[in-house]
Design a binder for this molecule. Structure first.
Ligand SMILES: Nc1ncnc2c1ncn2[C@@H]1O[C@H](COP(=O)(O)OP(=O)(O)OP(=O)(O)O)[C@@H](O)[C@H]1O
Ligand SMILES: Cc1ncc(CO)c(N)n1
Length: 264
């Protein structure tokens, strides 16, 4: 019998299939890990933006945690959109109760079209109580700036931001550079031993970037579930992202989704 690493995404559903838990599940499948899902909310969404949001109740989040962790042998997890204070608190409680290891926290705040996927009042909660549970947090440049209350423009700003975010309690920090300017995108990782590693790649000229952040953090969670280190996972994660963004599929009329069929 095949023994697959088991992973859970704790994220919202995107009705058009490109982002959130949908992107995570496709990435997990690509990476040959078994995928469970704890759904934090539903979105009526397409490649133009988010039209409506229905967060999951705190009670139903707890039920999903019990169902998954009473049975499965979860080796890694990732969190995506947490929507409101009650949902975020219920997720934190579930993670603590089950001592979830290898947790990747993607502090999703705003969707590409501008819709809010995290209430302002939940930001302090995730900083104080979710980040300390994380093996890795993966804010994009905009999210890092909001979390810190300061702009990130220069390389020095980036390094300072990495250290300030790590001081909030996450073991490792990755700031994603997709929202930056210029033809080269630079992601920066601060490891637990204080090393800063840059991952630079040419910006692919496309508007089909719906679900890039979700896909990257799911790929990393899959690698952690297989027992790999971040230093080993990251270069292959970036190659996967380049293929999944570069080898486009024609879906929708706005910011289209990635190609999760490319080689892992
Ligand atoms: N046009 C692009 N070309 C190449 N790589 C890209 C492009 N856009 C994003 N990436 C890469 O995709 C990953 C996700 O980065 P990004 O900054 O877009 O995250 P995000 O804003 O969280 O995504 P999302 O929009 O899904 O929330 C990073 O590794 C980034 O470098
Ligand atoms: C449900 C959901 N989660 C995350 C994102 C960010 O990509 C999104 N657009 N929708």
């Amino acid at each position: 019998m095949k023994n697959l690493a088991q992973v859970v995404t704790i994220a919202g559903i995107d009705s058009s299939g490109g982002a959130g838990a949908n992107a995570d599940l496709k990435t997990f499948q690509n990476q040959m890990v078994y995928a469970a899902s704890i759904i934090t909310g539903l979105t009526a969404q397409n490649t133009y933006g988010v039209q409506a949001i229905l967060p999951t109740s705190a009670h139903f989040i707890a039920e999903q945690f019990n169902s998954v962790f009473d049975d499965l042998d979860i080796k890694a997890a990732k969190t995506g959109a947490l929507f409101d204070l009650a949902t975020a608190q219920a997720v934190i409680t579930g993670l603590e109760k089950n001592s979830v290891k290898n947790l990747v926290v993607d502090p999703v705040m705003v969707a590409k079209g501008g819709a809010k996927l995290l209430a302002d009042e939940a930001i302090n909660l995730i900083k104080d109580n979710l980040f300390p549970l994380a093996e890795l947090i993966t804010p994009n440049l905009t999210e890092a700036a909001v979390l810190l209350g300061q702009e990130i423009e220069t390389d020095a700003d980036m390094v300072e931001a990495l250290h300030l975010l790590q001081a909030m309690g996450a073991t490792n920090v990755l700031i994603k550079g997709g929202h930056g300017k210029g033809n080269i995108i630079s992601d920066a990782l601060l490891t637990k031993d204080g090393q800063v590693i840059y991952y630079k790649a040419p910006r692919i000229d496309t508007k089909r970037t719906h679900g890039t952040g979700d896909t990257l953090s799911a790929y990393i969670a899959a690698g952690l579930a297989k027992g790999k280190s971040l230093e080993v996972i990251m270069p292959t994660a970036k190659e996967f992202m380049n293929r999944a963004i570069g080898d486009g599929i024609k879906i929708g009329h706005g910011h289209g989704p990635l190609n999760h069929w490319v080689n892992g």
